[in-house]
Design a protein around this ligand. Structure first.
Ligand SMILES: NC(=O)c1ccc[n+]([C@@H]2O[C@H](COP(=O)([O-])OP(=O)(O)OC[C@H]3O[C@@H](n4cnc5c(N)ncnc54)[C@H](O)[C@@H]3O)[C@@H](O)[C@H]2O)c1
Length: 247
């Protein structure tokens, strides 16, 4: 599905990002770039992919770091065919009311999840144009669709990601670059280990398909949106959540 494609996955060191990188490699991507802040995690993913892989230590919230990532990718590959904006502050921040969230955490979440998504798109669009077009996938979250409580900074950041997806789809249509969002439900993994059982059960009970969600449930949706078969799909948010909320 992705043969001859070069794909950048941000935050690909663990969790969903690693699953997306592995799925891209399994779908025949000719190269996968991991842009991850944690060097050891990024290197480990790159080494495990079994395809041409490059890890570039990157802080997506930092403009200079993201520009350097883009330059490293240009030097090695000259172009890319897909960008998966997956890096985010996605763990350890829930369970606080809007009154309890502190400003430092609010700003850190916005800087990574919103500014980081924008900066990575800015750095990667010239590389997508060099390929004659391609696909951008932004990781949103169904928390922004159902209005999850006690997570306002994160929910707001993912709402912004959905809005950016729509506007950028229009800005980049002439470049044959599609921009879509994928909104997973609560996926079991390292990032959600800290979530109380009660909230996990709330998700399972509320789904049309009543079981826990795993990374395997999400990864192929991303592969599809990166593929040539999805070239006319743009500006959309695909909820992959077992039917917890319908988008
Ligand atoms: N796990 C879920 O239930 C769930 C649900 C909906 C959406 N999502 C979204 O999916 C994506 C992945 O989530 P996850 O559960 O795998 O989270 P995770 O915390 O396991 O992984 C996030 C990765 O991003 C990296 N990262 C963090 N800040 C970074 C930065 N500034 N620059 C570069 N890399 C950075 C981390 O080191 C980590 O490897 C996120 O966008 C998250 O919001 C997750």
């Amino acid at each position: 599905m992705l043969s001859d494609k070069v794909i950048v996955v941000t935050g690909g060191g663990r969790g969903l990002g690693r699953a997306f990188a592995e799925a891209c490699a399994a779908a025949g991507a000719s190269a996968v770039v991991i842009a991850e802040i944690d060097e050891a995690l990024g290197e480990a993913t790159a080494a495990a992919l079994g395809t041409d892989a490059l890890h570039v230590t990157t802080d997506v919230s930092d403009a200079k770091s993201v520009e350097a990532m883009g330059a490293a990718v240009r030097k090695r590959f000259g172009r890319i065919d897909g960008l998966v904006n997956n890096a985010a502050i996605a763990t350890g921040i829930g369970g606080k009311t809007f009154e309890e969230i502190d400003i430092e955490t609010w700003d850190r979440v916005m800087a990574t999840n919103v500014r980081g998504t924008w900066l990575c798109i800015k750095a990667c669009v010239p590389l997508l144009r060099a390929a004659g077009g391609g696909a951008i996938i932004n990781l949103a979250s169904d928390t922004a669709l159902w209005g999850a409580p006690r997570l306002l900074h994160y929910v707001a950041s993912k709402g912004a990601v959905i809005s950016m997806t729509r506007s950028l789809a229009r800005e980049l249509g002439d470049d044959s670059i599609s921009v879509n969002a994928v909104a997973p439900g609560l996926v079991l993994g390292e990032a959600t280990d800290y979530v109380p059982e009660e909230r996990k059960e709330h998700y399972v009970r509320g789904r049309a398909i009543q079981r826990a969600q795993m990374p395997e449930d999400v990864r192929d949706a991303v592969v599809f949106l990166l593929s040539d078969g999805a070239r006319f799909v743009t500006g959309q948010t695909l909820a992959v959540n077992g039917g917890f909320v319908f988008n």
